[in-house]
Design a protein around this ligand. Sequence first.
Ligand code: AMP
Ligand code: TRP
Length: 342
Amino acid sequence: MSESQPNAAFTPRVFSGIQPSGNLHLGNYLGALKRFADSQTAGIQSIFCMVDMHAITVWQDPEDLRRQTRELTAGFIASGVDPEKSILFNQSQVAEHAQLAWIFNCVARMGWMQRMTQWKDKAGKNQQNASLGLLAYPALMAADILVYHATHVPVGEDQKQHLELTRDIAIKFNNDFGVDFFPITEPVIEGTATRVMSLRDGTKKMSKSDPSDMSRINLTDDADAIALKIRKARTDPEPLPETVEGLEERPEARNLVNIYAALADLSVEQVIAEHGGQQFGTFKPALADLAVAKLAPISTEMKRLTADPAQIDTVLRRGSERAREIAAPILEKTYEIVGMVR
Ligand code: AMP
Ligand code: TRP
């Protein structure tokens, strides 16, 4: 393996996953789904996974989990991820993820897992009572990625530490067994432009767990709800600044401008050039129109798709078959390297 191009021997392949834990919102769309849809370029294979096995590291009601897995799949498709071009499936249907995860449980060290900030946050003060799966979570995530020899993983900033751990696992496996088998995965992390903040507090991330529904635009919201939430979004009393720098100390104004830019595929500079100096009484209706034009069709399409769960299940089953075609030989080779009799 050469130092400068560690993955030169691997075909570029994109993998990412989202937990089916409910309430898809504008942050998920701009931070993940839309980027996934935009990245499906000819030539590079993309694999997107509903990580249902990660979801159960904390309690999930079975009926909710099933519904949310289908809803997330509908969200991917409605956002423009094409299940023919990309591979779209749920994790539990491709057993190779769990099988490789076991091997990685034996490669990774306890200390690596205990250092993860997500483990510390989610387990809280009562670590003794957290599931063993919650601690082992990053080894399963490494398996998700490496069972496809994926080279590029688009994720949010909060997943960076897990990706570094994925690299550590690949490096340790390659060293332990004296092979160049697993690629050293590159994180593809977007800047702050795709960090969507709460509509009620520009310093907090838009989140599915915020108790106020007015803080987020759900991908299932209809046109009226979308327009209302933007009209009621918190702002300061000043008009929009004439320069990008003028947004610096104004988190709510910056958030609305960022959302406008992301939805319109414009830069923040271009939005300020067009709307700088406007009062919110003018800018908010423009943003509401844009958001309705871009998001209402997604919510309509999600409704149409979720009305036919059998069709979604067919998409997931086909995707799983295609995924397994890639994963099975990589797992087989891993077993051989490790010394399992086949
Ligand atoms: P989560 O809903 O936290 O499971 O995240 C699912 C995906 O959406 C991840 O790729 C996150 O990085 C992304 N995401 C979640 N919330 C936001 C947000 N407020 N802004 C941008 N991206 C987000
Ligand atoms: N841990 C990721 C999250 O919570 C989801 C995830 C699981 C993932 N496996 C993955 C993301 C593999 C990228 C690649 O957002």
